[in-house]
Design a protein around this ligand. Structure first.
Ligand code: 3HC
Length: 693
């Protein structure tokens, strides 16, 4: 009928098939196509009932997110109106849900009178993850279908619900094991009465304000800094208080407000940034990756153990190699403890834990790695040690095995030079704790082949991680930027702020924690070590005086119950420590620095601007492929709040002229290691943003 809608008559049943690969998103063309097809069915006296289905692996994954910032053409009806037309059809309409039904897709299905689904279907209202609320009736119809509490969970949480669960809840009428469309046609042919979802009122329950208030309290932590989750609750509450027509009107107004919000544009940007990161311009999409059926990890420490868990979680057998039997036993015990914790929290069953543990094998001899398809080295950050290991791996591993280093800063070219297969050597920088954090900085060295890149980028997806390809350079992308910002934070405490002032300002911006609390978590000894290694790399940089003093006291952070903060034994709650306050004031006095007040805004500005400028340097040096990749790194590696869209997106919202002026102030105060990046200067002069690169 159109490019995106197929229409066929099966006897007296009109079958409307949405064909807009890959996600069958409800673009303007699809929305109009459905409406036109429906009008055709209603006008055709031979048609007694209608089936709506999707082609391919999805029913409909929602409204077309790309079109949210476009103007709707005049001849295209609004999606809520199309859904109203379906719901008010005098001929029964059956949704044959062949795959995912998300957002507008689920709303479309709820506009239909009956919902039959394939067993593999998931349904959901994930709009909240885009800073939105469901905007085509979802907030009003879903609670009518499945009750208020289940609807709150679905709409505020945004996670998909399996077909089985959706059937139990009442969102589906039937799960069809065989030919779905045939069964939907058969069902439609029985002449079921039209059953508008908006008229179902018996599942809504009483409009008890306490339920909503309790829900608002429940999400206070997870929704910190965001508005959308609260508006989701408000709209479900509206469903309990107003007739459907009024509720739908209110939902539409609130949806439009959300659509125009900075929160939503940042989160929509991040949706596409994440997908863009998977695309490597000079690596053709059809590049054949190596098959990863078996993996190995060198080193059974915290990182090695966490990395191995990722493989086991993905069902890939993994060998952990450690030449120390004791370290190996301790590492395996730690993994077991981690899994046991998940079982006791009800995240998965004992059975599942046993399955995962059975995939992990401990070994102490390199000979056992001959059949590994990929080996990830995760030992201490010492170049000589790593080169020895890679030389050994090169000898024992099969010729087409990929050899990766989990270094957070070392030169992969040098590591690759220890092997005879530099094309198959790369970096895979996991973030700690590696079994939890989603980011992998995948490092391409000079000779890394396309096949190796395709393998590690694909591996990231298999391990349920977000892989970002970066180049070789000190600290790659994330840590390079963090180290500069952390120094600026160090100087602010020498000049007048306290660590808890800095941390409060950064936490309030939306980070999970500030730089000093993070330093206590990661270890002050580790940072001290990195800084010493960097001293020769950046000879002109002003050095933090306080850090050395805290380190010299043996205050390494949480592991010693004392760092920038103090900690009760066994507790991770940082408490400001008068001893640190006195120490900082002494250091300032000794250095002749006159302490002054910092407002939270100034702290935030200095810290963020240092991050942004270093991100721009990273782009100048080609360490990141695009500005949006940096944003993905900062969200998944460091908890940059998604609703601000990452540092480079945030910089664009501030305006690069303003950012440049602030960077110049920092340079004046701290020296030329904070000089503005070339691309920042150029874009600011042209009145452009990083999005224009
Ligand atoms: N709009 C536009 N493009 C979409 C899309 C959507 N709703 N959903 C997916 N796509 C695109 C992706 O951008 C990607 O494009 P690319 O190949 O050019 O990069 C392609 O479809 C495939 O997507 P994925 O790579 O993400 O494929 P997966 O199989 O890993 O995941 C998915 C599929 C679970 C559907 C995932 O894409 C997803 O979560 N999509 C968004 C779902 C969503 O948020 N829906 C609600 C939209 S808002 C809405 O409906 C408002 C309404 O209430 C009015």
């Amino acid at each position: 009928m159109t490019d995106v809608i197929e229409y066929s008559k099966q006897g007296a049943i009109g079958v409307i098939t949405i064909k807009n690969p890959p996600a069958n998103a409800l673009s303007f063309a699809v929305t109009k196509g459905i409406d036109d097809a429906l009008a055709g069915c209603l006008a055709d006296d031979d048609i007694t009932a209608i089936v709506v289905t999707g082609a391919g692996r999805m029913f409909v994954a929602g409204a077309d997110i790309r079109e949210f910032s476009m103007t709707r053409p005049d001849d295209v009806p609004e999606l809520p109106d199309v859904i109203d037309h379906l719901e008010s059809s005098p001929k029964p309409i059956v949704a044959a849900m062949n795959g995912l039904a998300l957002g507008g897709g689920m709303e479309l299905a709820m506009g239909c009178h009956y919902r039959l689904a394939a067993p593999t279907v998931s349904i959901g209202q994930p709009e909240v993850k885009l800073g939105l609320i469901p905007g085509a009736g979802g907030t009003q119809r879903l609670p009518r279908l499945i009750g208020v509490e289940a609807a709150l969970d679905a709409i505020v949480g945004g996670d998909p619900i399996s077909a089985k669960k959706a059937l139990e809840l009442g969102a589906l009428d039937e799960i069809v094991e065989g030919d779905l469309v045939a069964r939907a046609i058969e069902f439609a042919s029985t002449g079921p009465a039209p059953r508008p979802t908006g008229e179902i009122n018996d599942r809504l329950g009483a409009s008890d304000a306490a339920v909503f208030e309790a829900y608002r309290k429940k999400i206070a932590r997870s929704a910190r800094g965001m508005k959308a989750p609260y508006v989701c609750i408000d709209t479900v509450e509206i469903a309990t208080k107003f007739p459907i027509a009024e509720g739908l009107k209110k939902e539409r107004v609130l949806f439009e407000e959300r659509r125009a919000s900075d929160e939503s544009s940042a989160m929509r940007y991040m949706f596409f940034a994440e997908r863009e990161a998977a695309k490597i311009p000079d690596v053709p999409r059809d590049t054949q990756p190596y098959d990863v059926k078996k993996a190995a990890v060198i080193g059974s420490g915290l990182m090695g153990g966490g990395i191995a868990m990722n493989f086991a979680n993905a069902g890939i057998p993994v060998t952990i190699l450690d030449i120390s039997e004791d370290a190996l036993a301790a590492g395996l015990e730690k993994i077991k403890g981690n899994y046991a914790g998940s079982v006791s929290r009800g995240r998965f069953s004992q059975d599942e834990m046993d399955k995962r543990m059975a995939l992990i094998q401990g070994e102490s001899s390199y000979d056992k790695l001959a059949d590994a398809d990929i080996v990830i080295e995760a030992v201490f950050e010492k170049m000589e040690l790593k080169k020895e290991i890679f030389a050994e791996l090169d000898k024992v591993c099969k010729p087409d095995a990929v050899l990766a280093s989990n270094t957070s800063s070392l030169d992969i070219n040098e590591i690759a030079s220890a092997t005879s297969r530099p094309a198959q050597v790369c970096g895979t920088h996991f973030f700690s704790p590696a079994n939890v954090m989603k980011l992998m900085e995948n490092v391409r060295a000079d000779e890394t082949s396309n096949e190796t890149i395709a393998t590690i980028m694909g591996l990231s997806k298999k391990l349920n991680k977000v892989g970002v390809l970066v180049g070789v350079g000190d600290g790659f992308v994330g840590n390079r930027m963090l180290h500069v910002a952390a120094r600026v934070a160090d100087f602010m405490i020498e000049e007048g702020a306290m660590p808890w002032d800095v941390d409060r300002a950064i936490y309030d911006f939306g980070f999970p924690m500030g730089p000093f609390a993070m330093n206590d978590l990661a270890g002050i000894d580790v940072r001290h070590f990195i800084r010493q290694a960097q001293a020769s790399l950046y000879p002109g940089r002003r050095q933090s005086l306080v850090l050395d003093r805290v380190h010299a006291l043996g205050r390494y952070g949480q592991k010693t119950n004392a760092g920038w903060y103090k900690y009760e034994p066994g507790s991770r709650t940082p408490t400001p420590d008068p001893e640190i306050e006195a120490l900082i004031k002494n250091v300032s006095a000794e250095a002749g620095i006159e302490r002054r007040d910092f407002t939270d805004d100034e702290i935030r500005e200095r810290y963020l601007v240092a991050i942004i400028n270093q991100g721009a340097h990273v782009l100048d040096e080609g360490l990141a492929l695009r500005a949006s990749d940096i944003d993905v790194v900062w969200h998944y590696g460091y908890g940059f709040p998604r609703y601000h869209g990452g540092p480079m997106f945030y910089a664009d919202t501030l305006g690069l002229g303003k950012v440049l002026a602030k960077v110049q102030e920092l340079e004046k105060d701290y020296g030329d290691w904070l000089k503005p990046a070339e691309c920042l200067k150029r874009l600011a002069a042209e009145g452009k943003g990083f999005k224009d690169l």
